[in-house]
Write a protein that binds this ligand. Structure first.
Ligand code: CA
Length: 229
């Protein structure tokens, strides 16, 4: 199920958006404060963000700018002021779309769907062609679970492979250590998130030309890791 983060401080609008999206099969999360919304957007895995401009603590312009430094997931900005539209365009914030309030909720849902499918096509075409993932000299052969770097095979353990595959199939998305641990090790595990750090280090030793200056798996300080494209 696709997950949408709604950063909106007007509760009635946030709830209207939520109701429409949920009735169309989306999962949603509402946050009314800008600073917490930004943290959520950076730390958790959403497929799309609906972002109000005027927000307490940190405004939508700044949130958009900061999200764009770490991920290219679709951002749909919503504003009460027509003049904000020029600002969104002018600042080159990287928002994918914008709507002025009041808007029709069904129009919102239509745009959310359009952006999600566009984004899927984009990331799919670029990095993930069926059984293989190709990114700058790195190839992941999914059926055989083999990884090569410039045609040299990298001998990865099962967990190193799972970790790499998860990161590489979600390029540019920042994962925090908790999420990586949950998704790669799951319930079977007895370790803790320090395991993630250790595995990332070993993985880098195997796939990076210079592990201290990684070209594939990048550390996002204070948050986690992302696979660069
Ligand atoms: Ca507002």
């Amino acid at each position: 199920m696709k997950k949408v983060l709604i950063i909106e401080d007007e509760q009635a609008i946030a709830e209207l958006e939520r109701d429409y999206l949920e009735s169309h099969g989306f999962e949603t999360d509402i946050e009314g404060r800008g600073d917490i919304g930004l943290q959520k957007a950076l730390g958790q895995s959403y497929d799309l963000i609906i972002l109000d401009v005027m927000l307490p603590k940190v405004d939508g312009f700044e949130i958009c700018r900061q999200i764009r430094q770490s991920t290219d997931i679709p951002i749909l900005m919503v504003t009460a002021k027509k003049e904000d539209i020029d600002k969104i365009r002018g600042l080159g914030l990287g928002a994918d779309d914008y709507m002025t309030k009041p808007f029709s909720p069904s129009e919102l849902v239509a745009r959310v769907k359009a952006h999600l499918s566009r984004y899927e096509r984009l990331t799919g075409d670029r990095n993930d062609r069926g059984d293989h993932v190709f990114i700058r000299g790195l190839t992941i052969d999914k059926p055989s679970r083999r990884v090569t770097i410039h045609d040299q095979e990298a001998a990865l353990t099962a967990k190193e492979y799972d970790l790499l595959l998860l990161l590489a199939t979600h390029p540019n998305r920042v994962f925090d250590k908790e999420e990586l641990f949950e998704r790669v090790w799951g319930l079977e595990s007895v370790g803790d998130i320090a395991t993630v750090t250790v595995h990332i280090r070993r993985l880098r030793e195997k796939i990076e030309h210079d592990p201290s200056n990684p070209q594939y798996i990048e550390t996002v300080w204070g948050v986690g890791y992302r696979f660069r494209v």
